[in-house]
Design a protein around this ligand. Structure first.
Ligand code: ACM
Length: 553
């Protein structure tokens, strides 16, 4: 029995499954567990359960949904003497060491990471001949003697390891020893991503988040196969990255935050540490410098960069759209050039994000002049431009990737401008704010978050299809590079608050990016519910949305 992930067809996907589809899904679920009523405590941690945590998760009960699942046999049980067998290459060893570091504390097993062949244990192998697996795909096979992950590239092994984690009992995520039967259900998963770009954005400008807090988020994102970490580094309320040639950006511009509290910033060494950490999770960091608006912190540090030259304090309120670099001053471009040059030198990834949103105090003419020059600066420093979709009002083309943050209420004219840019070759990252802005409140009663784009419960957040989202505007799926879930931090000051807003909606966005948008909520919801134990084991105090039937324990 194969469970194939739905691919977008010519028609809109049904909002809810019809009786035939539901019946088929139930059959697949029954076949995958191997028996009727064989559910058990999928996803529950071992802590609350009196029984040892045996994984009863059917193969394929993972988020994001794999492309193809073929259950067979009883599967593999990790033994105390098992090794992680790897190809003798540093990039494969790094994935082996990463997996061992997750499994050792909870299992208490030694799990040596051992180069060379063998027909037992966990196996991590590269096979360049597996062309169909592409840059991030993998094949996971769980049998009586071994569980193997094969990929064409190390990134594929890393993604496959995330699936392997999710097939083990949730208690495996704990950092203290657990009693368990560490079984992986039997069969084969063959999996590749639907979209190349699967991002999450963290706003460290409105409130600052430390290196350790960002690393924690990176680790959580990695579990759900996110591969881009967009860091929103500057805004009216704070400048968070050291630029040597303009030191007051951080000493003045980074000193505070929304509400006037303590600010913070990354040194270049800290920023490089974050980039390296993300890279070890096969994730690119995409730094964003907001331009030409959202620049009050920079202007407080260097008032000469504004047209009036007034020295205002760093902004601590929530309003937007009032600040702008002075488009007519040459010094502005010296500044942008220095910032982009220093940032590009710390950024191994191909993209720099230049903001471009809500430039409400810059005239349309000036905006275009400014963006044309900044695009040229970014290209000169060897990087590609991403900007919020307002850039399409400045004549975007194939050299620009636009991040669409509209909602169901976005005006037709605005969407038309985006469509015109797409015709000229602009690719899109979709971040519909009334679906995937993770800082939006869940309900009016939720204490955290904003609500300008709506109140977004977990089911609504999942209710869209990237391939069809802008099809009424003539924008085809081929224009969609991927999806991204931003989280803005006006109301969020620590990891617990961040995680309460991100989880579990982030998992749905990750699934849109990896598996595509054709899966009905009714099929996704139980798989999401089964993640409860894993999120809890990782210390994530997620929102227990009433739209999901979470396990009782
Ligand atoms: C945005 O939310 N201003 C991109």
């Amino acid at each position: 029995m194969r469970l194939l992930r739905p691919r977008p067809g010519p028609l809109r996907a049904p909002r809810s499954p019809g009786p035939r589809l539901l019946g088929a899904l139930l059959l697949v679920a029954v076949a995958a567990t191997g028996c009727l009523g064989g559910g058990g405590d999928a996803g529950s941690g071992g802590e609350q359960s009196r029984r040892p945590p045996v994984s009863s998760a059917p193969l394929g009960n993972v988020v994001p949904a794999p492309a193809s699942v073929s259950p067979s046999g009883p599967g593999y049980t990790l033994a105390p003497g098992a090794a992680i067998r790897i190809d003798d290459r540093p990039a494969v060893r790094a994935v082996g060491d990463y997996l061992a570091a997750i499994l050792r504390p909870s299992t208490g097993y030694r799990l040596p990471v051992t180069p060379g062949a063998g027909s037992d244990g966990i196996q991590l192998r590269l096979d360049p001949a597996q062309r169909a697996l592409g840059a991030e795909g993998y094949r996971l096979t769980s049998s009586w003697t071994t569980v193997s992950v094969v990929a064409r590239e190390p990134a594929g092994l890393f993604r496959g390891v995330q699936t392997l984690r999710q097939l083990l009992p949730a208690a495996v995520e704990k950092d203290t020893r657990q009693t368990g039967v560490w079984r992986v259900p039997g069969g084969t998963i063959t999996d590749t991503p639907r979209y190349a770009y699967r991002g999450a954005m963290l706003d460290v400008a409105r409130h600052f988040f430390t290196v350790d807090q960002v690393k924690r988020y990176i680790d959580q994102l990695a579990l759900y196969k996110i591969n881009k970490m967009h860091l929103h580094l500057t805004d009216d309320q704070g400048w968070r990255i050291t630029i040597d040639s303009w030191p007051k950006l951080t000493t003045v511009g980074g000193a505070t935050a929304v509400g006037g509290g303590k600010g913070g910033f990354y040194t270049k060494a800290q920023y490089r540490e974050l980039v390296a950490y993300a890279a070890s999770r096969h994730m690119d960091v995409i730094p964003e410098i907001g331009l030409p608006g959202h620049t009050a912190a920079a202007l407080a540090a260097y008032p000469d960069l504004s047209c009036n030259g007034f020295r205002d304090p760093v902004h601590t309120g929530l309003d937007t759209g009032f600040s702008s670099l002075c488009v007519g001053k040459e010094k502005t471009y010296d500044f942008v050039d220095d910032v982009i040059r220093e940032l590009a030198a710390m950024t191994p990834g191909e993209y720099l994000h230049i903001g471009g949103d809500e430039a409400d105090s810059t005239s349309k003419k000036d905006y275009r002049i400014f963006m044309d020059r900044v695009r040229e600066i970014v290209a000169r420093h060897g990087k590609k431009v991403i900007a919020w979709h307002e850039i399409t009002g400045a004549g975007a083309d194939e050299k620009v990737t636009a991040q669409y943050w509209g909602t169901d209420r976005t005006e037709k004219g605005e969407r038309k401008r985006v469509a015109e840019a797409v015709k000229k070759g602009t690719k899109l990252i979709l971040s519909p704010a009334d679906r995937v802005y993770l800082d939006m409140q869940y309900t009016y009663r939720h204490p955290l978050g904003l609500s300008w784009a709506g109140r977004i419960e977990v089911d609504r957040s999942y209710d869209w299809d990237p391939a069809r989202y802008l099809e009424d505007d003539g924008i085809p799926d081929e224009a969609v590079l991927g999806v991204e879930a931003p989280i803005w931090t006006e109301t969020l000051v620590n990891s617990a608050q961040l995680e309460q807003m991100a989880f579990p909606r982030l998992l749905g966005v990750a699934e849109k990016g990896w598996s595509g948008g054709g899966i009905p909520w009714a099929e996704y919801e139980p798989r999401l519910a089964a993640q409860a134990g894993r999120m809890s084991a990782l210390g994530i105090a997620f929102h227990r949305s009433p739209t999901v039937a979470w396990p009782k324990n």
